[in-house]
Design a protein around this ligand. Structure first.
Ligand SMILES: O=C(O)C(=O)Cc1ccccc1
Length: 290
């Protein structure tokens, strides 16, 4: 069986790097064969899965410095039926890739907004006068660098290698401890063949809207987990896009959705939420696999 895996392209993105790690793990642990399919945006890779054009998508969801990748959260909410099969966390090391011989010759820097944000102090210090242009991905502008020696891109060393381009300065992220969490996402019911086969799952991700914008609307959903002694590892709000000040909540819970306590929590949660989506119950690929 061959499955297609959508990811943010063109080739060499951090998302592709995460997809390759997942593919290596699949190859070692299953008989599944894979084909990687680059898409021009995170949203398009998720739409490809929703439309059945790809079996899976590997998308960034959260960075330890910059926080949520809002495009991922918004699209996962919008496309009902997507399921998280697995998570993996990748260390991120950004590099300034350019054919310029010195920083003084650079006029424009391109990259994905997350990468630009993760290097903003470095950029202000070493390239305070350059024009900064946000792209859909860290690799979108790489093909122009050879023709435009006054431009640079922030991307991975793997990307520099793939495009045969020089790294002018390496390790330019503002914080050395820089990690991004990726989700492996499918459409429909969870599928054991894409997951780490263990008896239980370590995480469950939920998203919900609350019935009314009233005092305490969020307290009750949170109280359910507190009272059952279930730990939350993340909470994020996003605008509903219906009216100013109305939010959706994304919650990661350190528990298996199939456990009895979680089943009670989820049943109770339906009484205190407007729309409740269980985005997935899954494990995290161990760091030893990276
Ligand atoms: O543009 C990429 O390479 C991506 O995969 C998005 C991204 C950007 C910066 C850090 C992690 C993921």
């Amino acid at each position: 069986m061959t499955i297609s895996i959508a990811h943010l392209g063109p080739t060499g993105t951090y998302s592709e790097q995460a997809a390759v790690i997942y593919v290596n793990w699949l190859t070692k642990n299953t008989v599944i064969e894979t084909i990687l399919c680059p898409y021009p945006s995170i949203s398009q890779s998720l739409h490809a899965v929703a439309k059945g054009q790809a079996h899976l998508a590997v998308v960034p969801v959260e960075n330890s410095i910059e926080g949520s990748v809002t495009m991922t959260l918004d699209t996962v909410w919008q496309l009902d039926g997507l399921r998280i099969q697995l998570a993996l966390v990748l260390p991120i090391v950004h590099n300034l890739i350019s054919c310029a011989t010195s920083l003084d010759n650079i006029q424009t820097v391109y990259s994905h907004p997350q990468a630009l944000a993760q290097c903003q102090v470095w950029l202000e210090r070493f390239l305070p006068r350059v024009q900064i242009i946000a792209n859909n991905s860290t690799t979108e502008a790489l093909e122009r660098l050879e023709q435009e020696p006054t431009t640079a891109t922030i991307a991975s060393s793997r990307a520099a290698q793939l495009y045969n381009l020089p790294i002018l300065t390496s390790g330019i992220n503002d914080y050395p401890e820089n990690f991004t969490r990726f989700w492996v996402i499918s459409q429909g019911i969870p599928d054991a063949k894409y997951q780490i086969s263990e008896l239980t799952y370590s995480h469950t991700s939920l998203a919900f809207s609350v019935p009314a914008n009233i005092p305490g609307a969020l307290v009750k959903p949170l109280q359910i987990f507190a009272e059952l002694g279930i730990n939350l590892s993340r909470i994020e709000s996003r605008p509903t896009k219906r009216s100013l000040g109305e939010y959706l909540f994304f919650i990661d819970v350190e528990a298996d959705a199939n456990e009895t306590q979680m089943q009670s929590a989820l049943a109770e949660l339906t009484n205190h939420t407007e729309i409740l989506r269980i985005l997935g119950t899954y494990n995290v690929l161990p760091a030893s696999v990276l």
